[in-house]
Design a binder for this molecule. Sequence first.
Ligand SMILES: [Fe+2]
Ligand SMILES: [Fe+2]
Length: 274
Amino acid sequence: MAGISTDELVAIALEMAGLRKLPADSEVYVPGEQIRRLLVALDVGVAELLLARELGCDGVLAHHPAGGRAVLRFPEVLARHVELMVEHGVTPDAAKAALHPLVNRAVLRAQTANYDQVPAAARLLGIPFLNLHLPLDEIGRRAMVEAIERYQLELGRDLTVQDVIDALRTLPEIAEAATQIMVPVGTIDRPAKRIAVVHGAGTNGGASVAQAYFAHGVDTVIYLHLAPEEAERLRATGSGTVIVVGHVAGDRVGIERYLAELERRGLEVVRLGI
Ligand SMILES: [Fe+2]
Ligand SMILES: [Fe+2]
């Protein structure tokens, strides 16, 4: 194989996710060509860049933003929550209001970022380096939606929350994970009724976004993870169900589909912890 460029790695992800341009939380930090052996990890710091060199890799792909614009402009991708909410029947005004506290927190938090240390290390090492966040999560979101639809078709009846869990467990990344799917809000024996897979929007929407779904006819919200205090807030209000897939398990659903495509094209992939 001739090797693959960072631009091609981006193009393949965008194509698979049905996106036209690279979202704000994804970035090529050090462009490169002719990559044959790619180290892939959820999080990449200076240690992982050095490990890549140690392992004979000639490129590094992180899932989560690793610095630069992807960290500083990360709050922009939270707007995807509004699109997902509106697609599920939340009014645009209610969706924007629900997202507001999340964006405020994220904008302030971005000020803490030591945004250039990891990209600077990659530049000094001369190793091609990028991160792909929302595109791979969108691939994963679609796979989870499809798995639930397929399962419902096979079952031929309305799903309970437990059925949705079983449907998600038809995906090997979730079935094989060391974590278990949890239901921190609601109970497994409830009818799942209207379901929203809320993934591929930067991070989970917390209590305020889940509440907006519940107030507009969605009964079951699926997140990768949810802070305990947010779950407590939702339990106190008493409506709706939240299913938590598990962070690594859920992220791997999209990542593995993308890496399988890279391997199909002849790239050697070294997975670190995923
Ligand atoms: Fe992710
Ligand atoms: Fe993640």
